[in-house]
Design a protein around this ligand. Structure first.
Ligand code: GLN
Length: 482
């Protein structure tokens, strides 16, 4: 039985019908990880207590109190705190950090009887677009192991694509769920800001960060989203929201889809352009109305994002002093010397670059020139979205300008990598929901993703559109899934 190809719903009925037990499903994935993960390296840590969780889940099932995710095997990005299970953020700084508490999302999933099979690789502190800044080494793309899986949630996307968990959690500050989902041919949702609690997510840029699901389909993402959503007293920015899973299958006819022309200009790979244009035709055939719209500020999106993101990161990462938790250097004779050595040893170069950039942008002489300007741009980008949403229900764009690239092909210049986020960052800047779903493959067989962006809290509507498209889409499985 190819259990790794089954949807959450199919697994649910196998579990509830007694065809398989939660222990068997867990063992199935542990075996797959042992056999296949050495070639992918999606996992930083495999959970030794997964089988204990499975026993508890099986009991819930037998007692008739199964929830949608009871006994379902999930991978968790390694910046999401899991009680008693090492949470490294892919950093030397947190290499030995074992949280004494669960993040709100982990707590919700644990209560529902979901199984945490392990913690997934990522770019260090979620800073990157290739999972090559991880202290624990690279994750490979299941479609071509010479290629990156995207990032920062590269492990989360690769694990789902290679069938090393049923679905996973990632986090998205500027595209880190959608871009790796696109590179690995799976579906990933960045929820509306505030839909999912950030309590227990290791903070990168608090006004942009959001935890979200990665799955084999929009439907699987919807089930996972419902399980983790909700207002949380531990996160003042969280808000209540309506469940989305039951919205799947609603008619999409008449939906007005805006297509911003700036997203199809220079820099977009031809094959990706063609695949997204095909998807647009597919939506038209389903009765959606396509409307060309404009987002003139797209050209400022990358500088605005990297200023805001790095400014917040420099403040959030100031807490790593080695005193309360995390790496502590043995060097230095004074507090200051020790602090400097700790941070110098603990952080990798991309993290240091962001801290430097952010501290500079926030420093008194430059605050107005950089940080303040970036926030003005943030307002302008929000206004442009509002303008589009006056006449459109949602927006369709490519997820990335190019497909997965080979390891080592980006130059030393970090801005080359930063451009990978051009189509995703405005969504975080505006706090909107967006889902990336596969819409084609390149000649080399690498997946291509498109993104559907919705109005705030219209996560269900965009997942439903993705679902409608997925039903018509011909998936090509990678070698690990065959
Ligand atoms: N690639 C982007 C960055 O490096 C996005 C990261 C993210 O969403 N966590 O900042």
């Amino acid at each position: 039985m190819n259990l790794h190809l089954k949807s959450i719903k199919e697994l649910r009925s196998l579990l509830d019908g007694g065809d398989i037990t939660a222990q068997e499903l867990t063992q199935y994935y542990l075996d797959r990880i042992e056999k296949l993960d050495p070639a992918i390296h999606a996992y930083i840590t495999v959970n030794e207590k997964a089988m204990e969780q499975a026993e508890r889940a099986q009991k819930m099932i037998e007692e008739g109190c199964a929830k949608p995710l009871t006994g379902i095997v999930l991978g968790i990005k390694d910046n999401i705190c899991t009680k008693g299970l090492r949470t490294t953020c892919a950093s030397h700084m947190l290499e030995d950090f074992v949280p004494t508490y669960n993040s709100t999302v982990a707590e919700k999933l644990a209560e529902d009887g979901a199984i945490f099979i392990g913690k997934l690789n990522m770019d260090e502190f979620a800073m990157g677009a290739s999972t090559t800044t991880s202290y624990f080494g690279n994750t490979c793309n299941p479609y071509d192991t010479d290629c990156v899986p995207g990032g920062s949630s590269g492990g989360s996307a690769a694990a789902v694509a290679a069938g090393l968990c049923v679905a996973s959690l990632g986090s998205d500050t500027g595209g880190s769920i959608r871009q790796p989902a696109a590179f690995c041919g799976v579906t990933g949702l960045k929820p509306t800001y505030g839909r999912v609690s950030r309590s227990g997510l290791v903070a990168f840029a608090s006004s942009l960060d959001q935890i979200g699901p990665i799955g084999k389909s929009a439907r699987d993402c919807a089930v996972l989203l419902d399980a983790i959503s909700g207002e949380d007293p531990m996160d003042m920015t969280s808000r209540p929201s309506e469940p989305v899973a039951e919205m799947m299958g609603a008619p999409v006819e008449g939906t007005v889809i805006g297509v911003p022309k700036e997203f199809f200009g220079e820099g977009l790979n031809e094959e990706i352009k063609a695949a997204v244009e095909n998807a647009i035709k597919e939506f038209e055939a389903m009765g959606c109305v396509i409307k060309e719209v404009s987002m003139p500020s797209l050209k400022y999106a990358i500088p605005a994002y990297y200023l805001i993101g790095s400014a917040e990161a420099s403040s959030n990462l100031a807490r790593y002093d080695g005193v309360r938790y995390g790496h502590l250097s043995k060097e230095g004779n004074s507090f200051d010397e020790r602090l400097i050595a700790t941070r110098n040893e603990g952080f990798g170069s991309e993290v240091k670059r962001r801290i430097l950039l952010g501290s500079y942008a926030l420093s008194s002489g430059y605050f107005d020139a950089y940080y303040k300007k970036a926030n003005l741009l943030r307002r302008r980008i929000r206004q442009e979205y509002e303008e589009i949403f006056k006449t459109c229900d949602c927006i369709l764009t490519p997820t990335t300008p190019e497909a997965a690239f080979k390891f080592g092909t980006k130059s030393e210049d970090p801005t080359e990598m930063y451009l990978a986020d051009i189509y995703t960052v405005t969504v975080n800047i505006a706090g909107l929901p967006a889902v990336s779903t596969p819409c084609g493959y390149t000649k080399e067989g690498l997946p291509i993703g498109m993104s559907i962006v919705g109005k705030a809290f219209a996560d269900g509507q965009i997942l439903n559109l993705a679902d409608a498209f997925e039903k018509k889409f011909n998936y090509i499985l990678n070698d690990f899934c065959l």
